[in-house]
Design a protein around this ligand. Structure first.
Ligand SMILES: [Zn+2]
Length: 167
């Protein structure tokens, strides 16, 4: 009986050790993911963004239609977040929506964009933010072209352009 108990105890200890080994790397990965994110205080953002960029990216403003630098832009490359440099949209998915804002039918990958409910107007809209830094990009609508039928409507001020990057 004692013999069985000893092995039972070893078995339990073994389970603890194994669960420790298998859960620890996951926790480390989580920490690494957090470290990849650009987290700054509002004071720090004020220091590194222009007043115009701060108004759009941090206070969720909207630039005037047909005034931004990218709504007619047609070069091949990658549109990146102007606050943190994260790749957001490929020129391959940019189209002329006629709205006066740069419009895309798909982000470069789904995890780059976070969707949030915006209830600042009488009707609710889907706000889109950079998943890396939380910067406001624009809004998401359901009147885009095929194949997604989506329109990612983005402020030019929230974007920079990298012509050298391949998507
Ligand atoms: Zn960003």
């Amino acid at each position: 009986m004692l013999f069985v108990k000893k092995y039972y105890l070893l078995f339990i200890i073994g389970i603890f050790i194994l669960s420790y080994i298998y859960t620890t790397p996951n926790e480390n990965n989580k920490d690494n993911n957090k470290m990849n994110k650009t987290i700054k205080s509002e004071e720090e953002w004020k220091g590194c963004l222009t007043p115009e960029e701060y108004k759009i990216l941090r206070e969720k403003g909207t630039e005037m239609a047909f005034t931004g630098k990218f709504y007619k832009h047609k070069q091949d490359g990658v549109y990146i977040c102007s606050a943190c440099g994260e790749d957001l949209f490929s020129s391959d998915t940019k189209y002329d929506s006629g709205t006066g804002w740069p419009s895309f039918w798909k982000p470069i990958s789904a995890d780059k964009i976070r969707e949030e409910l915006d209830q600042t107007l009488p009707f609710s809209r889907t706000e889109i933010v950079c998943n890396n830094c939380g910067g406001h990009l624009g809004h998401l609508f359901n009147d885009g072209p095929n194949p997604t039928g989506l329109r990612y409507c983005v402020n030019s001020i929230s974007l920079d352009f990298d012509s050298k990057k391949n998507k």
